[in-house]
Design a protein around this ligand. Sequence first.
Ligand SMILES: Nc1ncnc2c1ncn2[C@@H]1O[C@H](COP(=O)(O)OP(=O)(O)OP(=O)(O)O)[C@@H](O)[C@H]1O
Ligand SMILES: [Mg+2]
Length: 250
Amino acid sequence: MNTSRQPDYAVEVEGVSFSYGRLKALDNLSLHVPRGISFGLLGPNGAGKTTLIRLLVGLLDARQGSIKTLGQAPSGKTARLIGYMPQQYSLYSELSVIQNIDFFARIYEMHDRTQRAAHVEEVLRLVGLWERRKDGITKLSGGMKQRVSLACAIVHSPPLLFLDEPTVGLDPELRVSFWQHFANLNKRGVTIVISSHTMDDAAHCDRLAFIRNGGVIAEGTPAELRRAPGKPDASLEDAFLYYVRHGGSQ
Ligand SMILES: Nc1ncnc2c1ncn2[C@@H]1O[C@H](COP(=O)(O)OP(=O)(O)OP(=O)(O)O)[C@@H](O)[C@H]1O
Ligand SMILES: [Mg+2]
């Protein structure tokens, strides 16, 4: 990839609205994600997080507003630079763990067999499933499927990752190891946009956007957002409720 003229932001969303029929899921939403950080999308069920992620990966088209990922409008060309872990597993149950990951590596045009095998092994070890690589997907626990899903999203080493609730169903130890891995990816310059409901995930993010009713009601670092309610021990939950009651910061 040409690194000489990289835009400052990995993701730029300007005034995006999106409706499913008559239901307005996103309402004039704007958001900027700096490169190389973990950026959290937080908000209640139905807030619009998944819709936003689907627009960002190019699965949905925004009829209003503009979206840029890595400086370009989402297209086939940007798709290879993006990793996407959907909220619902999209694994092939008739394939084994390693076959699923290899399949995704092929989709992303990793044609060189030796190189592909090395990448597949690396991500399998990373998610702790090397020993289970020959198992069918149906034999795995929910958390293990989650780990295979993550492996599929990152096997082609994309510089931009969209992870829709990747830590749901993970035990605390795995959650810690996922976050260690995300921090390592950030160090390598990878930008991660992650949706979550847990304040534990939120605290790991470099920046957060609170999303509600299809719009961003506040955006900042976890520390900045926690300062808003004006009490020393405010949690991120307190901060979210504060912004709901007092209107957004944007
Ligand atoms: N395929 C769809 N068809 C119609 N409406 C949809 C569809 N997907 C989402 N919606 C609606 O759009 C709104 C935003 O949903 P979305 O899935 O983006 O929320 P979310 O923030 O990801 O929620 P959750 O935390 O539950 O995953 C909701 O009102 C939802 O009912
Ligand atoms: Mg969702």
